[in-house]
Design a protein around this ligand. Structure first.
Ligand SMILES: Nc1nc2c(c(=O)[nH]1)N[C@H]1C(S)=C(S)[C@@H](COP(=O)(O)OP(=O)(O)OC[C@H]3O[C@@H](n4cnc5c(=O)[nH]c(N)nc54)[C@H](O)[C@@H]3O)O[C@H]1N2
Ligand SMILES: Nc1nc2c(c(=O)[nH]1)N[C@H]1C(S)=C(S)[C@@H](COP(=O)(O)OP(=O)(O)OC[C@H]3O[C@@H](n4cnc5c(=O)[nH]c(N)nc54)[C@H](O)[C@@H]3O)O[C@H]1N2
Ligand code: SF4
Ligand SMILES: [Mo]
Length: 701
């Protein structure tokens, strides 16, 4: 490391899987340790504000339970008996087991499995270089963005939208299916500014009274999975009351007349019956956005984690197209900017080495895959060896019992590269200790905003802890592919290469000085005033559900996903959600906790003490009927399994709806199994994804 350790402030970017991707100022003491982490004041999206959990990062970095030595299992899988080994031996074992597996079943039996523990483009995605060089099975990444991105693409044809900084000049901010206070606090910074300086109204559409709902001027608490009905009624009222912008519709949309006719029967009373909202609430929402040209729809991921979530995203996105909000600064819609960056990381990801005939396996169907489901295996060999980086599937994946059973298979070899002894690492054969973001070089880009940011190495890691990049490179040497293109380079060289290939006209050192690059697109492109992302430039009210390319479109090899034939011709409520019935009378959503970031931070004292313990929110009426009081222990379950946890009785949830916040460690539950025991891994239409907030359960005391 050639940076002086005593520099007072180091500049970085938050590596976590959060739409905000904050620009960070990190205090570094003379002892080479980090202190407080702050949001960069001069980054106009971060605007000096970050969440409390990252501000306390020192707690995570210097955590006494942090992994520092490679470990090899000596007892049964999951028994918690390990011996320390050195790095060379650990990597030798991994390589030997990979080669042996390959010899027996062919290269596709090895599955490098990764996700978003770090969002750094080098440390997160470098594992693909090894995958391609060795022709190991590819991962089809479905766990997070699929439904949301696909639903957006079906309407807009491009993954971008109105600049989220425009929220601060909006007159009405609609936070739809995002608990922004908890999951992307910067949205609230800009919304609060609009409220303070312009008297902007804040509308929140969610299924429970979360921290964001508490900020709402108009709080709409609907039944899970009914957002498309609300969207239809908003559009029905626009056509009824003349607040639809007919000139805009004519110019920028595919079939306004067809939409109007389709919506004739989908008024507020119809939607009230489906959503559980009062017709007056829907009328009030429609009147507000009808008179407010600068209405900004910030569409989140939450409402898309339903089995009808793709259709719901498309329906909600259709609303500003009917009202014409897109034409105004501070108006329109935003979900993700992931389509604007034009980043070419192909050297690091080994794109040139990719063999298109190698199968993809669905990340979310890990349990079925490890249990040998032929369809999930895409007709190929069983998975008998894995390298897991940046993800904790034994905790975060749906259908957890199958995942855990699969990971415990005696004939499966698993190496987990981790910062902590997670639920997944605990089931591994080899555990490798990983660096944290301030200890390695990487580059990041926003999803919920428009910056590319550098996150250089600022402090030294513990002596025996290694980067993801190191593991990929060292395995490549042992697996005979170290001489292939893309290997043998340092992180900084790969970042230089990425910057050059992406046409950014800078190198790593330039970016280190500049700290970030703003890639925001021009107003007219962000607002689609030069046309939407289709050849005819028109927004699609009538999506081509399986014909429209989408960033998460599955590769052919994966076969059919989801019941696309059930998706609606025009925006509509579709009954694809998991049915509530006499045997499963409750609907469960598993929403994020403010102090955690997925399963990360569930290990830090600061976050744990603020979150308390895993609990189940239950409405007072339901509690009375079930004869339960505060703190009573219940079991909730369905065909996939059951978990035990205490209830908290609260009217924050609707009757019949249960909410469990946070990805607590499985061991935090009374029976040592986590909430994802209950969630399903069946693929959501049309391109797959996991419906984490759409689970029907029974409840017993
Ligand atoms: N029930 C339920 N389940 C869910 C969700 C939900 O809402 N409800 N949300 C889903 C969503 S949206 C997502 S994106 C997934 C997220 O699932 P994951 O990506 O698995 O979640 P994280 O906890 O962010 O990160 C996983 C691990 O990465 C490790 N890690 C961080 N940085 C590094 C690094 O540099 N190197 C290495 N080797 N490891 C690192 C962390 O220690 C952490 O244990 O979970 C999904 N699961
Ligand atoms: N503190 C914290 N921040 C996070 C995360 C975290 O775990 N904790 N996770 C990160 C990740 S990986 C992601 S992808 C983002 C996701 O962040 P968001 O975009 O906020 O999406 P979700 O957190 O999945 O859900 C948002 C809200 O949608 C609600 N919801 C569930 N079902 C429905 C429905 O049918 N309709 C409506 N209208 N709302 C519904 C949930 O209860 C929740 O309050 O957040 C990131 N930031
Ligand atoms: S988790 Fe999100 S809000 Fe918190 S610092 Fe990171 S990017 Fe910012
Ligand atoms: Mo996510």
């Amino acid at each position: 490391m050639n940076k002086p350790l005593a520099s007072a402030i180091g500049h970085s970017a938050c590596p976590h899987d959060c739409p905000s991707t904050c620009a960070l100022d990190v205090e570094i003491g003379a002892d080479g340790r980090i202190g407080r982490v702050r949001g960069a004041a001069d980054n106009d999206y971060t605007a000096g504000v970050i969440c409390a959990k990252v501000a306390r990062y020192a707690e995570r970095l210097y955590h006494p339970d942090r992994l520092t030595r490679p470990l090899q299992r000596i007892g049964e899988k999951g028994a918690g008996e390990w011996r320390e080994i050195d790095w060379t031996d650990a990597l030798d074992v991994v390589a030997e087991r990979f080669l042996a597996a390959e010899q027996r079943y062919g290269s596709e039996t090895v599955w490098p499995y990764f996700y978003a523990g770090t969002m750094g483009l080098i440390q997160r995605d470098g594992i693909k270089r090894l995958t391609h060089a060795k022709r190991y099975s590819n991962q089809f990444s479905t766990i997070c963005t699929n439904m949301a991105w696909t639903g957006w693409m079906m309407g807009a044809g491009a993954l971008r939208g109105a600049d989220p900084r425009e929220i601060s000049v909006s007159d009405c901010v609609v936070l739809w299916g995002t608990n922004a206070v908890a999951t992307q606090v910067n949205v609230m910074t800009h919304a609060a500014k609009a409220r303070k300086t312009r008297g902007a109204k804040i509308v929140v559409v969610d299924i429970y009274d979360n921290a964001t709902m508490a900020q709402a001027d108009l709080a709409l608490k609907l039944r899970p999975g009914t957002d498309a009905a609300l969207a239809c009624a908003l559009m029905h009222i626009a056509f009824r009351d003349g607040t639809a912008d007919r000139a805009y519709l004519e110019r920028f949309t595919d079939d306004p007349a067809g939409l109007e006719a389709h919506l004739a029967t989908r008024g507020p009373e119809w939607a009230a019956g489906i959503t559980g909202l009062a017709a007056e609430e829907i009328e009030a929402f429609a009147a507000l956005i009808g008179r407010t040209k600068k209405t900004f729809f910030r569409l989140g991921y939450g409402f898309t984690r339903q089995r009808n979530g793709t259709a719901a995203m498309h329906a909600a996105l259709s609303v500003p197209a009917v009202y014409g909000h897109w034409q105004y600064e501070g108006g329109g819609a935003f979900h993700s900017n992931s389509g604007i960056f034009g980043i070419d990381a192909s050297t690091s990801t080994g794109e040139a080495l990719r063999d298109p005939s190698v199968r993809h396996l669905d990340q979310s169907r890990l349990g079925a895959i490890l249990e040998g489901d032929r369809n999930a295996l895409a007709g190929g060999p069983p998975v008998t060896a894995m390298l897991v980086q940046n993800t904790n599937p034994a905790n975060v994946c749906p259908d957890q019992r199958r995942v855990v059973r699969g990971l415990k298979r005696e004939d499966l070899f698993v190496a987990v590269h981790e910062q902590f002894m997670t639920d997944t690492a605990a089931l591994a054969d080899i555990v490798l200790p990983a660096t944290m973001f301030v200890e390695h070089d990487d580059i990041y880009r926003g999803g919920g905003q428009s910056h590319i940011l550098l996150g250089p190495k600022l402090v030294e890691p513990p002596l025996t802890v290694r980067t993801n990049h190191f593991v990929v490179e060292e395995l490549a040497k042992r697996l005979g592919v170290a001489n292939r293109p893309g290997f043998g380079r340092r992180e900084r060289d790969l970042i230089d290469d990425l910057l050059a290939r992406s046409g950014l006209e800078r190198d790593t050192a330039d970016l280190e000085a500049e700290r970030w690059i703003d890639k925001a697109v021009a107003f007219k492109d962000a607002h689609f005033l030069n046309g939407f992302g289709f050849a005819d430039g028109k927004f699609r009210f009538r999506p081509d559900w399986t014909g429209t390319p989408a960033p998460n479109r599955p590769p052919e090899s994966i076969g059919a996903l989801g019941r696309h034939e059930a998706l609606p011709a025009f925006p509509d409520h579709v009954e694809l959600t998991e049915p509530v019935d006499a045997a499963h009378p409750y609907k469960l959503a598993t929403s994020p906790a403010r102090q955690f970031l997925n399963s990360s931070f569930a290990e830090t004292k600061g976050s744990r003490s603020r979150e308390g313990a895993p609990v189940l929110m239950l409405h007072p009426e339901d509690a009375a009927r079930e004869g339960l009081s505060e703190g009573a222990i219940v079991r909730i379950g369905n065909g996939r399994g059951e978990v035990r946890l205490p209830v908290t009785v609260t009217d924050k949830v609707k009757p019949g709806v249960l909410v469990h916040e946070g990805l607590w460690a499985n061991s935090d539950f009374l029976d040592g199994e986590g909430i994802n025991v209950l969630t399903g891994a069946d693929a959501v239409a049309p391109y797959g994804g996991a419906a984490f907030h759409d689970t029907a359960v029974w409840l017993r005391s």
